[in-house]
Design a protein around this ligand. Structure first.
Ligand code: RNT
Ligand code: ZN
Length: 421
């Protein structure tokens, strides 16, 4: 167990070191405490949901691994989420997906209503958190040849349009009940494995479908839509209807949010460079913080350079207030509760490191063409004692410091997860 006095002593030293360069660690911890992450429910059960037991995962995404203890029921999933949230400092949100509706009736995706999510709203009230929403446009027989909203078949499009409308009513209910705006994210798999002849018409159909879904007005205090594009999916390599440029333009012209999933780009692209190119024109961003390894593999987010860049850009460019930071990864080779905690804590650490910089000073150096100072200071900052501030932040937020949270996971496995079979 990490000793409290040691954490406090180390923090005192770190506070001094940062004060010397004009960084107020107390103010930074306050700032970090205000950043809500939107933790994705689907890491807990490998994106199965509860509406269609046994349904195969489709849409060109995939989960691998079979670590014991997967959540199989709403109570198991909400229990696991509560356990994860208890190990993540601060107060956050949870992202739902349509397939997580909890109902005794046999309902399809075009029939779900707000009441089918009352289970989650009651749970969120207990946890004192907000909920975000995602439509589920995959893992369903009405996905025809990988097409949904852009399908050439009117009946297929109509089914998914109705689904989209239902998700908006549900997100509106989340916002109303929980008193926090619920972001309703839309991602569809539509696209072709091989080279299409007509790239234009599917996109025009998608525009019509989206406009139809969004016809009804909802109070933005309660909900707003976000649109997530992508480069490709497995089996959908040659053409994606909802590409990045498509949704960038759609979000801009409809005054909605654009979702940037960190795994949806060419591996050498720096997604953090896109925020400041979109935000001067757009309403805001939703992020799906993820980790691609060679492809859109959705590995658990770790404290790596790509994550640090994302966090630094948000902080340095003052974009936190216009950005919803959601997580999106799924790994079944490790404890699923630990996966949430690893990804969330890594994201917070990256934000903290980004905040522990003399940003105004660095901006001044840059304005004065003093690139030597810029490089020296940013390099030296990397070995400043930010870990001591992180530990203090955990201590003050009443969550385990350092590796100590692994003991909680082992205990939870023994008491709860490994008893499931
Ligand atoms: C797929 C998208 C999408 C999904 C979730 C489960 O590539 O990233 O966000 O991961 O809807
Ligand atoms: Zn995503």
């Amino acid at each position: 167990m990490v000793k409290t006095e040691e954490v406090e002593d180390a923090y005192k030293v770190a506070k001094e070191r940062y004060a010397e360069i004009g960084v107020d660690t107390e103010a930074v911890m306050k700032q970090l405490g205000k950043v809500k992450l939107s933790v994705h429910c689907w890491q807990g059960d490998d994106i199965h949901g509860f509406l269609f037991p046994g349904q195969e995962l489709t849409g060109g995404i995939g989960v691998s691994g079979n670590y014991p203890g997967i959540a199989r029921t709403p109570d198991e999933l909400s229990g696991d989420l509560s356990e994860a949230l208890s190990l993540i400092p601060g107060s956050h949100k949870v992202q739902m997906h349509a397939i997580y509706a909890v109902t005794d009736k046999k309902k399809d995706l075009d029939e779900i209503e707000p009441e089918d999510f009352s289970y989650w709203v009651d749970w969120a009230k207990k946890e004192k958190i907000g909920l975000d929403m995602n439509g589920t446009f995959f893992s369903h027989p009405k996905v025809k040849e990988n097409f949904t909203l852009a399908s050439p078949d009117k009946d297929i499009r109509d089914f998914w349009i109705e689904h989209g409308k239902k998700t908006r009513a549900i997100a509106n209910y989340f916002g109303k009940e929980l008193g926090q705006q619920s972001v309703n994210n839309l991602w569809i798999p539509d696209g072709f494995k091989d080279n299409p002849i007509d790239k234009a018409t599917p996109r025009l159909r998608l525009i019509d479908s989206l406009d139809e879904i969004d016809k009804k007005q909802y109070d933005e205090k309660n909900t707003i839509e976000a649109f997530e594009g992508k480069l490709f999916g497995t089996g959908i390599e040659s053409y994606t209807v909802g590409s990045h440029l498509f949704y960038n333009n759609y979000a801009l012209t409809r005054n909605k949010l654009w979702t940037i999933d960190a795994g949806h780009w060419h591996p050498t692209e720096d997604v953090s460079d896109k925020f400041s190119a979109f935000l001067p024109f757009g309403k805001g961003l939703m992020l799906h913080v993820s980790r691609p390894v060679r492809w859109d593999s959705d590995h658990v987010v770790i404290f790596d350079e790509a994550l640090v860049r994302i966090a630094r850009s948000l902080v340095r460019d003052n974009e936190l207030s216009k950005t919803n930071i959601g997580l999106d990864f799924f790994d079944a080779t490790i404890n699923r509760v630990a996966a949430w905690v690893i990804g969330a804590r890594a994201t917070q650490k990256a934000l903290l490191q980004g905040m522990l910089e003399p940003i105004e000073q660095l901006k001044k150096a840059e304005l004065n063409y003093d690139f030597t100072t810029r490089l020296v200071e940013t390099e030296e900052l990397k070995s400043y004692p930010f870990g001591a501030v992180w530990d203090e932040f955990c201590l003050r937020n009443d969550v385990p410091v350092g590796n100590d949270w692994l003991d909680s996971i082992h205990q939870y496995e023994k008491d709860v997860q490994f008893k499931r079979n």
